[in-house]
Design a protein around this ligand. Structure first.
Ligand SMILES: C[S@@+](CC[C@H](N)C(=O)[O-])C[C@H]1O[C@@H](n2cnc3c(N)ncnc32)[C@H](O)[C@@H]1O
Length: 301
């Protein structure tokens, strides 16, 4: 079998129409879209063959590679996210390890990092805090792209702390990131996780889905931790805790003094009513034109 034949075989498994092996039964109609099947087939074949080169079509495929590709395709046909199936995914210019149930970073979050970069990259030696690090995507990108910056990251989930630590070593920035297990809703300004503060800026992509929306989510999201997604009744439980503590842990001096949040579009306007007095709020759009990011400038008003 050659690479191009493997691609066709993987596509059949992903479509749920494979009859190649009883071990892969149960995938009768995966419900994946044509686009999802194309992306998954291509990425699984590249992953198994260990190359993205166009010459992979002509490569001879070993029986072990065939078996592995079938097994990965079957997992995807059962609606496990491709990022967990492959065990890694690119975020900006880095490849991060992905492990269920830690949240898979979304493309919108790359825009958040881009906004922060554009506003702050000229400032030397900034020290920032990320609340809810997940896989570490935001902090690790900012540290990688700004070699003079340092950071503290917190998360209430052990699995997230461990994965961020692993990815920090993988990205070569572990010596500039300190991690703490901490629930932000029970933190006070004197909690040990803030001892390296005050911070020049704080960033967070908090869980922001409303509780009543959770049962309607795509099957793939069952593989992600509820606590990474659900922000309580109105989706703003964690956001409120961040807004409450921000003025106590963000520096009053220096050129940054900002809080950056990724939220749902309706929450971006709701947050305007929650920001502490004396703050100036800017809403930024994501790549789809939706209000997605809130930049709160503290002590500017
Ligand atoms: C939407 S995910 C974001 C993960 C990562 N920053 C990203 O953008 O891909 C939210 C993260 O916040 C963490 N989290 C949820 N509630 C929290 C809380 N009360 N205190 C601290 N972290 C929390 C979750 O465990 C999860 O890792």
């Amino acid at each position: 079998m050659r690479g191009r034949d493997l691609l066709h075989a993987v596509r059949r498994v992903l479509l749920g129409s494979s009859s190649s092996s009883s071990r892969h039964a149960g995938s009768a109609g995966s419900g994946l879209t044509v686009e999802e099947v194309s992306v998954a087939a291509r990425e699984i074949v590249y992953h198994v063959l260990g190359t993205r080169a166009s010459s992979s079509c002509e490569m001879e495929v070993t029986p072990e590679q065939q078996e592995r590709a079938h097994s990965l395709a079957h997992r995807r046909a059962c609606r496990e996210p491709l990022q967990y199936v492959l065990g890694e995914w690119d975020f900006r210019d880095q490849t991060l390890t992905m492990r269920s149930p830690v949240l898979i970073p979304r493309p919108e979050t790359e825009v958040l990092v881009d906004l922060i970069q554009r506003k702050l990259r000229q400032q030397h030696g900034l020290h920032f805090l990320e609340i809810g690090v997940g896989s570490g995507a935001i902090s690790l990108s900012l540290l990688h792209e700004n070699p003079s910056w340092t950071a503290t990251g917190i998360d209430l989930d052990d699995a997230a702390i461990q994965l961020t630590q692993h990815n920090a070593s993988r990205c070569g920035v572990a010596d500039r990131l300190t991690l703490h297990k901490q629930d932000i809703t029970t933190a006070t300004p004197s909690s040990p996780c803030f001892s390296s503060g005050p911070f020049d800026f704080v960033v967070s992509n908090p869980p922001y889905i409303r509780r009543d929306e959770m049962p309607k989510l795509a099957p793939e999201l069952r593989y992600e931790n509820d606590m990474a997604l659900c922000g309580g009744e109105d989706g703003l439980d964690v956001t409120r805790a961040i807004l409450d503590i921000a003025p106590h842990i963000i520096s009053r001096t220096g050129g940054a003094r900002q809080l950056w949040l990724e939220l749902s579009p309706p929450q971006c306007s709701a947050v305007a009513r929650l920001v502490p007095p004396g703050c100036v709020l800017h809403v930024h759009l994501d790549q789809y034109g939706h209000e997605r990011f809130v930049q709160v400038n503290l002590w500017d008003g």
